[in-house]
Design a protein around this ligand. Structure first.
Ligand code: SAH
Ligand code: SF4
Length: 391
């Protein structure tokens, strides 16, 4: 029985069209006995106009709308809570079943608005400095749950209205999870973000961040051409083995080679790899580490984003001191690199990922913590990818 036959049978689950790529939508309509161009029509309704009710899709015949109502649906994941920071950062807590919650964070900065999207519930890679890793892995998000984060955020900003503000200009796959371990769903969702019939975000403004799943990265250029961020965090394998256990399998040299191959496969020259480097007190923040990092990246086209470690209860690591942070940055700049510091945003709504999702049932504590403390606020002046710290 085909997917469609089964969907049509009584009581069967409807096909959710929200996360289907153009190819999958075309296959869906072909199986319904419809022309392929219906795919483009429906994509515009869903992702350009934010319409989820087939009855409102007026350029589609009434008969087909009714048929669609029987076998399909456009269903976004459910937002359990939306939190707004005094600095404009907005955080969505999204229910994904089994009592689990994922997070999506929107960070405005000048004329740019970056949405930080999750790819998995938890993460299996267990990086020693990451709270998501400490939660363990629960499951991959489906493509509708990934693109659904963009859809929900766009809807909350009124972006779908004919003259609605174009709030989401950038997307970074830097929320919970390792995107390359959920390859197909992440690729489908990212391609929808960039599609002209959908959000039309340029490939330079959609960024996949990975801790280094080399075999998947080797395949990525065959299916997409988004921007790439590598979570390096260390200038040598010894330190990286401790921070990112996956490094023992795919050490730095292999990872950088794979990342460079990905960039070289891009038709447009001058694209750079973003290197993410989380600075932890005494561990990877010394001048000699900066020198080593500069030597390591000497011939790699990169821009470096320095992230002060965001402490959390299950970790003994400490945040880098401001002095060490500035010194580290200066050494890299002196060696000719673009090195920016990522500042914390949305602290009053705990826009640090992972923590809040883990405590979502603890309503009393949460409401305490949401009392806005403007003094605790750090205004961002970074011109790099403005992403909240994940912890
Ligand atoms: N799994 C992917 C994407 C999600 S992690 C990856 O690792 O790249 C997104 C970013 O947040 C990564 O650069 C990660 O290293 C960083 N991060 C995680 N925990 C952090 C913490 N406690 N403080 C600061 N940055 C952290
Ligand atoms: Fe997973 Fe990224 Fe956290 Fe590592 S840093 S545990 S890969 S989410």
């Amino acid at each position: 029985m085909s997917e469609l036959d089964s969907a049509a049978s009584v009581g069967a689950q409807k096909t959710n069209l929200l996360g289907l790529s153009q190819e999958k939508l075309e296959a869906f309509f072909t199986a319904l006995g419809e022309k392929r161009f219906r795919a483009a029509q429906i994509m515009k309704w869903i992702h350009q106009l934010g319409v989820s009710d087939f009855a409102e899709m007026t350029n589609i015949s009434k008969a087909l709308r009714e048929k669609l109502g029987d076998v399909a649906e456009v269903k976004a994941p459910e937002v359990v809570q939306q939190l707004d920071s005094v600095d404009g950062t907005r955080k969505f807590l999204i229910k994904v079943g089994g009592g689990n919650v994922i997070e999506t964070v929107y960070i405005p900065e000048g004329d740019r608005g970056t949405l930080c999207v999750s790819s998995q519930v938890g993460c299996s890679l267990d990086c020693s400095f990451c709270a998501t890793g400490k939660q363990g892995f629960n499951r991959d998000l489906r493509s509708d749950e990934i693109i659904g984060q963009v859809w929900l955020a766009a809807k909350s900003f009124g972006q779908f209205a004919p003259d609605g503000p174009r709030k989401i200009t950038n997307v970074v796959m830097m929320g919970m999870g390792e995107p390359l371990l959920n390859f197909d769903n992440v690729v489908d969702a990212m391609n929808l973000m960039m599609h002209d019939n959908c959000y039309g975000i340029s490939k330079r403004r959609v960024t996949l961040s990975t801790s280094g799943v080399v075999p998947a990265l080797d395949k990525l250029s065959e299916v997409t051409d988004v921007s790439l961020a590598i979570s390096l965090h260390a200038p040598n394998d010894e330190i990286r083995d401790e921070l990112v256990p996956l490094n023992r399998k795919y050490p730095i040299a292999r990872l950088l080679e794979s990342a460079q191959n990905y960039i070289s496969a891009m038709p447009d020259a001058h694209r750079k790899i973003t290197i993410e480097y989380t600075l932890i007190d005494q561990l990877n923040d010394r001048p000699e580490h900066a020198e080593q990092l500069a030597a390591l990246l000497q011939d790699v086209p990169v821009k470096i984003n320095l992230i002060p470690f965001n402490p959390f209860s299950l970790s003994n690591y400490k945040r880098v001191s401001n002095n060490a942070l500035r010194r580290f940055q200066q050494i890299l700049i002196d060696r000719g690199f673009t090195a920016t510091i990522r500042t914390t945003r949305g602290e009053d709504i705990d826009a640090a990922c992972g923590q809040l999702a883990g405590q979502v049932k603890d309503r009393t504590r949460r409401s305490e913590r949401y009392k806005i403390d403007a003094a605790a606020f750090v205004k961002s002046n970074s011109d790099e990818i403005p992403v909240r710290l994940i912890n």
